[in-house]
Design a protein around this ligand. Structure first.
Ligand code: AMP
Length: 634
């Protein structure tokens, strides 16, 4: 069982929701106090801190100017370009005001959407905070996504402005953005009228489109002394949209509020991460993911910490780089992902001993299952508690975690511990939504209302929000995480994988449908099945089985290899290399049931060398033989 103190804390957060969250709301600044703590009059929609007015940028930046203007707020480190630059809270405020003034000069107003497609540079943080300041809704798209992904997200959010850059950098290579941006604007039905370019001088061939593409440095120089007033937003106004993949080809725009999010982050910084003002937090994610939003940008800044924005990989110039950063900046809180730790585990362990990391209090990991050997290895190597915690883009902050700021409960390797305060998280039997007992595998669900900080709805689609997340069980309205979980006799939870067809590659969620649609864009592909296959490093890898129209194109091993490359390039072009299948196998039929349903689970089982299960409903057993043959031909 969870420790007594934490159990009581969690129990109160559910029993006395309003009292508990009213207290937590005291951690942030409210320009106008809220009236009702929770309005749950229209379940499952929860409105937190109704009538209260606040602002994320004010809480993250302005609020600290009186006490810590000269403390570092943001340290930008790039091992790709060799740059390192620190911004104090005063300097960060100045940069955010300049960016906000530039955005306003381009016609961005409260409620407008701004699409941010940027590498890990300081200007990305300025743009995010500038949107928050003026009440514009940011939609950050991960820089590894390509033109097709961008276009889908443009059309759903219909931004007024896009903020981007000439290029990102990855492992010493430039990743030019501009041609992808141009292509996405051609593909989109509702492209923004203006594109703000932060030119890093990496892509020297970049061409600006007159009247549409604007150079940020030029505009910034016109607003050096800008003081842009903070837009005080009602707590439930949208702050941002962040797209995530599901089982359909259409990404879901997770919509976040303002006051609930700020409160949840402040509470998590205190109770979970134990990040104090004046200390440093190092989160190794990317601003394109939810972890980047919550724990590179907003969370640590709301807490008055110094946050590190790192562009680079964990192993360049060598596998000691992250520990050097911890040492140099005396980081007390570090947040990373299991895949990164597995990458480091394969390197020389001496790198871990080379630097003084004694400032670290905890290392937090999330995004994908953390296997026990990796958990044990890193915990023993660092000699500090390594906290596996579980959450989703939808929730914005952890759902399962140890909460050391309340009680230091023992860590079990491979377990993200207990339900976090505010979450009435339980395990539900798939058949009838009854509650599972100890050691029984069931669906991880949350009894609504969801706590502050979680998604308010899906952008522009309340119906899809209810249908997707709250309709798993016919008897009971419960938020479904689409993850399987189990709780042991001691009350510790373990996550056992997804209940749907979503793939998790190195902590990044990819929808099988989206990848299938991209593969199918290749002219010689008639049909395709994409499944997630276990991978020792990245957790899972997408693997495609494609039915080709013209079999002569894949008649020889050489032709197959060339064709496979072509299909992969198609995925790269449309979605980005992140979604590229590890392998593309060519077949003439896919295993389906007699009613035409793809036997995805059986394909996945075969690809992982497991028993394909019950095949009595299969239409054409030969199709399965082909899958086996294709896998065997590796
Ligand atoms: P995303 O929204 O992209 O962050 O993906 C969320 C999904 O990642 C969850 O639904 C889980 O399937 C998985 N996940 C996140 N954190 C963990 C964790 N600590 N252990 C196991 N799976 C996790």
């Amino acid at each position: 069982m969870a420790g007594e103190i934490y159990r009581a804390f969690h129990e109160r957060s559910i029993r006395d929701r309003e009292g508990f969250w009213a207290e937590q709301a005291g951690l942030i600044h409210w320009q106008k106090p809220f009236g009702k703590v929770l309005d749950f009059g229209r379940p499952p929609f929860a409105k937190w801190f109704v009538g209260g007015e606040t602002n994320l940028c004010y809480n993250a930046v302005d609020r600290h100017l009186a006490t810590r203007a000269d403390q570092k707020a943001l340290v930008y480190i790039s091992t790709e370009t060799g740059e390192e630059k620190a911004y104090t809270y005063r300097e960060l405020a100045a940069e955010v005001n300049r960016m906000a003034a530039v955005m306003q000069s381009l016609g961005v107003a409260r409620g407008d959407r701004v699409l941010i497609y940027m590498p890990m540079i300081a200007e990305a943080a300025f743009a995010i905070l500038a949107c928050a300041r003026i009440g514009a809704i940011h939609s950050v798209v991960f820089g590894g996504f390509a033109a097709g992904s961008l276009a889908t997200r443009i059309d759903d959010a219909r931004p007024t402005l896009m903020v981007t850059s000439d290029a990102g950098m990855r492992a010493g290579k430039a990743v030019p953005y501009k041609h992808l941006v141009d292509e996405s604007l051609r593909l989109a039905r509702f492209p923004p009228g203006k594109v703000l370019m932060v030119n890093r001088g990496i892509d020297r061939e970049m061409q600006l489109v007159p009247g549409r593409d604007l150079d940020y440095a030029t505009l910034r120089s016109r607003h050096l002394d800008a003081q842009v007033p903070v837009a005080w937003l009602e707590s439930n106004e949208p702050s941002y949209i962040l797209y995530t993949s599901g089982t359909t080809g259409k990404p879901k725009g997770v919509q976040r509020d303002v006051g609930g999010y700020a409160t949840a982050l402040a509470a998590s910084m205190k109770h979970i991460y134990m990040g104090n003002a004046g200390e440093t937090m190092f989160t190794t994610s990317d601003i394109g993911w939810v972890v980047g939003h919550s724990y590179i940008i907003y969370g640590p800044l709301i807490a008055g910490m110094t946050t590190i924005l790192y562009e680079g990989t964990p192993i360049r110039p060598d596998a000691g780089i992250w520990w050097k950063i911890v040492q140099d900046h005396r980081a007390t809180v570090m947040f990373s992902a299991p895949t990164a730790i597995r990458v480091l585990k394969k390197q020389d362990p001496a790198f871990l001993k080379k630097y003084d990391v004694s400032s670290l209090r905890h290392l937090f990991l999330a995004g994908e299952p953390l296997d026990e050997p990796t958990h044990r290895w890193i915990a023993e190597a660092l000699g500090i508690p390594v906290i596996d915690h579980y959450w989703q883009t939808e929730t914005g902050w952890p759902m399962l975690s140890a909460v050391p700021g309340v009680e230091k409960t023992p860590i079990k390797y491979g377990s993200p511990s207990f339900p976090v305060f505010g979450y009435d998280l339980r395990l539900f039997r798939e058949a009838d939504a009854s509650e599972a007992g100890a050691d029984e595998k069931a669906v991880v669900g949350v009894v609504p209302p969801l706590p502050p900080g979680c998604l308010a709805t899906l952008w522009g689609d309340d119906e899809r929000f209810v249908k997707t997340y709250f309709s798993t069980f016919s008897t009971r309205q419960v938020y479904s995480s689409f993850d399987w979980g189990i709780r042991d006799q001691d009350g510790y939870f373990f996550i056992l994988g997804r209940t749907d067809d979503v793939i998790n590659v190195a902590g990044h969620r990819l929808g099988t449908r989206e990848i299938e649609e991209a593969v199918q864009a290749h002219p010689n592909v008639a049909e395709v099945a994409v499944v997630g296959v276990a991978d020792p490093l990245k957790g899972q890898l997408p693997v495609a089985f494609a039915v080709v129209k013209d079999v002569s194109a894949v008649a020889s091993p050489e032709a197959r290899a060339a064709h496979e490359k072509e299909v992969m390039a198609t995925v790269d072009r449309l979605l980005g290399a992140i979604a590229r299948p590890g392998r593309v196998h060519f077949v003439t039929a896919l295993p389906k049931t007699r009613s035409g349903k793809l036997l995805r689970r059986s394909i996945q089982a075969l690809a992982e060398g497991r028993d394909p299960g019950d095949l009595t409903t299969i239409e054409d057993p030969g199709a399965l033989e082909q899958i086996k043959a294709a896998l065997g031909a590796r």
